[in-house]
Design a protein around this ligand. Structure first.
Ligand code: ATP
Length: 698
């Protein structure tokens, strides 16, 4: 299950990304900044294409989705309502040995023998004395000194009699060992007593993995004490414990003990408006007289706190009513947004996969609660009912069918930009993984080069996108925190409700009431709050008869950067060819789907020193340019120009040669089009070129 230390494929991809201008480290000239990445010329085009395609598929090609572009910094109340202020954190553990920090849920279970130590004392003076004894006597000498010291320690004020007795014992011991040249035991005892008084009392445990020598556990423990100022650690009270079951309490890298998990907030804080900078910068040596002033300024600053949004979705909920009123949409409908999100990830890793600044493409698709669907349609489609028609939304779809629909839509989207089903995976979140308000969440995964293998060698993949059925939690929270109604009025529901038999009304009302009650009472702490919550649930349930309800939501939430990385990893291919002389050469090719390819066509005159060829080629370039990104290149041999475009992932190259100019009259105004993936070439009329390319890239 462990991640290979060096992932060759990833190394090649990272290096190609830099070499060809897809992705650079942010602030590289200053040594970079962890978790931040810049997109170079080809990367910027690739990213733009992906976002455009998503936007097209999710909004322009649908009647039921409207777009939004909200600010990155919003009222901090939004993040209180969404729960991010209280709960958006990762449980982190620190390794007590190597000091590295890990996400608690990413620690791999390990087994073995645990070595416990109660502390260590500095043996830098004691050990050289002990080492003057022949090796075979050292253990005995040491235990004698320790015992001697223990006896001595027991006496808070040892009488002369005891001191003499101990001295006699030491002499006897020395006589027994007949080691006249060795330092006297009293000297060892003196050094030991001094060292033990300044010992480090921190207990430490280290896991010894199967097959490793015990010494390696002791060495790791010694490093722990060295970091705590004990130069030559002599470990104390060693005790071992064989583990019955695998544990996640030890570092996967050095096997030292891990700390208890602590939550680390993932939100970036900032301040809006003028802030007294000195208030943010507390210094421990602050003049006590100025402390009150500092607190005042600090509190002023805290009032102006704002957050960089950790997701784009919340703006959609906050603007739900405005969009509804201005777009003439009716539930079911969606609001889509693409934009930056920021998370102060504790361990950014796997290139751009886990970054601190990234982009999301999120849709909130608002649907009727199942009780409302049932009131209007008489039934709610079950998953098996809806399956044959998942392409065509039906009015009797409840949350399950809509959820399934969006999972399939999104899978189709990925396939449509070149990620085949074999490269993708899905993960249906288990009850334990789901947020308390969510009914289901399906993650679409991509098999990245760094994705882990399970015990059967299968790769599940890592998350590209999550599609969550989030009930009416988000709108309800914003209604509660803002005091503004987030419900909708639905004519169809009001008309249908009046025609329902009483028992049906009661049944639907009860189910809706229970759902609202569960949500509303969750945050109620006092008995008054519980009463108010029950009253509100009752009112909400009565709303059904008036055609009122709070919409539920299905949220397909995708990351742009992860998708770019997936497209790059998927496109990367190497071809090694050997010439007649046995010399082999490896060339790289990015096999992007034409829809996402940063450059759609390379346009080349066969020779750059023939003005008539150059002129014609530039005409072709100008013909295509308004419609797509083309790259005009007249430098080097045609083969070199093809190779450059192959590395950039350009799917088509168009060459203008003498036949284009009519050298062979039947080929006048035709061009050669060369396909990247198989090197095939064919002739096409210049007048048909644009339509041909558009059919491939759209
Ligand atoms: P993970 O479990 O991997 O941290 P998540 O479940 O927290 O992801 P969501 O909050 O559902 O992610 O965000 C939606 C999408 O945003 C993710 O599927 C992913 O594509 C993208 N995303 C989330 N965090 C990051 C990040 N740190 N860097 C890049 N993309 C991210």
């Amino acid at each position: 299950m462990a991640e290979p230390k060096e992932n060759l494929q990833m190394e090649k991809i990272v290096s190609l990304c830099k070499r060809r201008g897809f992705i650079f480290q942010s602030s590289e000239i200053y040594g970079g900044i962890n978790g931040f990445w810049d997109y170079g010329p080809l990367g910027a085009e690739l990213k733009r294409n992906v976002k455009e395609l998503w936007w097209h598929a999710m909004t322009r090609q649908r009647d039921d989705v409207a777009g939004l572009e909200a600010t990155i910094i919003m009222s901090p109340k939004i993040w209180e309502a969404s729960g991010h202020v209280d709960t958006f954190s990762d449980p982190m553990v620190d390794c007590k040995g190597c000091k590295k920090r890990f996400r608690a849920d990413q620690i791999e279970p390990q087994t073995g023998i645990v070595y416990h130590f109660s502390g260590a004392y500095d043996g830098s003076k004691f050990n050289p004395l002990l080492n003057q004894y022949p090796p075979e006597f050292r253990d005995a000498v040491k235990s004698q000194v320790l015992e001697f010291a223990d006896d001595y320690k027991k006496q808070t004020d040892p009488s002369e009699e005891i001191v003499n007795a101990l001295k006699a014992r030491a002499l006897k011991f020395k006589a027994e060992f007949k080691q006249d040249n060795c330092p006297p035991l009293t000297e060892l005892h003196k050094e030991y007593s001094e060292a033990i008084q300044n010992k480090c009392d921190n207990a430490n445990s280290v896991l010894l993995l199967p097959g490793k020598p015990a010494e390696s556990a002791r060495k790791t423990a010694m490093q722990f004490y060295q970091q705590r100022g004990i130069n030559t650690p002599n470990l104390l009270d060693e005790r071992t414990e064989k583990l019955e079951a695998p544990t996640t309490c030890f570092c996967n890298e050095c096997q030292s003990e891990l700390t208890e998990p602590k939550p680390f907030t993932l939100m970036f804080k900032t301040y809006v408006g003028p802030v007294n900078v000195s208030a943010l910068d507390y210094k421990p040596d602050i003049d006590p007289k100025k402390l009150e002033e500092w607190f005042k300024a600090f509190n002023e600053g805290e009032k102006n706190i704002a957050y960089l949004r950790p997701e784009t979705a919340q703006a959609i909920f906050a603007q739900f009513k405005n969009v509804l009123e201005t777009s003439r949409q009716k539930v079911p409908f969606g609001i889509a947004q693409v934009g930056k999100a920021f998370r102060n990830e504790v361990t950014p890793r796997n290139f751009t996969f886990r970054s601190r600044e990234f982009e999301q493409m999120e849709l909130e698709f608002f649907i009727k609660p199942d009780e409302v669907v049932e009131a209007i349609c008489g039934n709610v489609a079950t998953l098996s009912d809806s399956q044959p028609s998942t392409l065509n939304p039906q009015s009797n779809w409840g949350w399950q069918a809509w959820h399934q629909y969006w999972v399939e839509e999104r899978e189709r989207f990925y396939e449509g930009i070149g990620l085949s089903r074999e490269t993708l995976g899905v993960h249906h979140q288990t009850a334990n993984e789901l947020a308390h308000y969510a009914r289901a969440c399906t993650d679409i995964l991509f098999k990245f080069p760094f994705s882990k293998k399970d015990e059967h060698g299968n790769v599940a993949g890592d998350e590209l996108e999550g599609i969550a059925a989030r009930s009416d939690f988000d709108l309800s929270q914003h209604q509660r925190f803002s005091g503004k109604p987030m419900g909708v009025f639905d004519d169809e529901l009001r008309a249908a409700w009046g025609k329902l038999p009483k028992e049906k009304q009661d049944d639907l009302r009860k189910r809706y009431y229970n759902h609202r009650k569960n949500y509303l009472t969750k945050s109620a702490k006092t008995s008054e709050e519980v009463d108010a919550a029950l009253k509100q649930a009752d009112e909400d349930a009565n709303g059904l008869a008036k055609g009122q309800y709070i919409p539920h939501v299905i949220e397909p939430s995708a990351g742009v950067d992860r998708l770019i990385l997936a497209l790059i990893a998927n496109a990367y291919s190497e071809v090694t060819s050997t010439d007649d002389k046995g010399k082999s050469e490896t060339i790289y090719m990015m096999k992007f789907h034409p829809r996402v390819a940063p450059i759609k066509a390379g346009v080349f005159p066969l020779l750059k020193n023939k003005p008539e060829l150059v002129k014609k080629a530039q005409e072709v370039r100008d013909l295509l340019r308004p419609w797509m990104n083309v790259y005009y290149d007249e430098g080097g041999s045609i083969g070199k120009r093809y190779a450059r475009q192959d590395e950039a992932g350009t799917p088509f190259c168009v060459t203008i040669d003498f036949d284009t100019l009519g050298e062979k009259p039947e080929l006048l105004d035709t061009v050669t089009i060369r396909y990247r993936d198989d090197g095939r070439q064919e002739r096409l009329k210049t007048s048909e070129l644009l339509a041909f390319l558009l059919s491939k890239i759209r």
